[in-house]
Design a protein. Structure first.
Length: 108
């Protein structure tokens, strides 16, 4: 998307948000998108089809652009309708902060 010019006659001025999921986006990519689409807010988020949407993202009404620039690989904050925990893959035991494991997400 960034490596090619848009086709002739295509106008992206009305694109207000671009949301990315499935992989992180680098700060450099965010800056390049901002250059090409100066009026567009770029959001990184995490979601699964099983959860019917994105349980983690910066709310659109917040200072999402500033947060994206400060934490470009962050997927945002957890929505109120979601609970989560990180567990040990082998034992299923809940892990503490900064421990690596499997992320379990439950949507209401």
């Amino acid at each position: 998307f960034l490596d090619h010019e848009p086709p002739d006659g295509v106008n992206f001025q009305n694109v207000t948000y671009m949301a990315f999921g499935g992989n992180d986006i680098s700060k450099e990519q965010v800056l390049r998108l901002r250059e090409r689409f100066p009026l567009t807010k770029v959001l990184n988020m995490y979601g699964q089809s099983e959860l019917f949407g994105s349980p983690f993202m910066y709310p659109l009404h917040t200072n999402s652009w500033e947060l994206t620039m400060k934490y470009p690989t962050c997927v945002g904050i957890m929505k109120d309708t979601v609970s989560w925990k990180v567990v040990d893959i082998e034992t299923g035991q809940t892990l503490g902060p900064n421990q690596q494991g499997e992320l379990l997400v439950k949507a209401e």
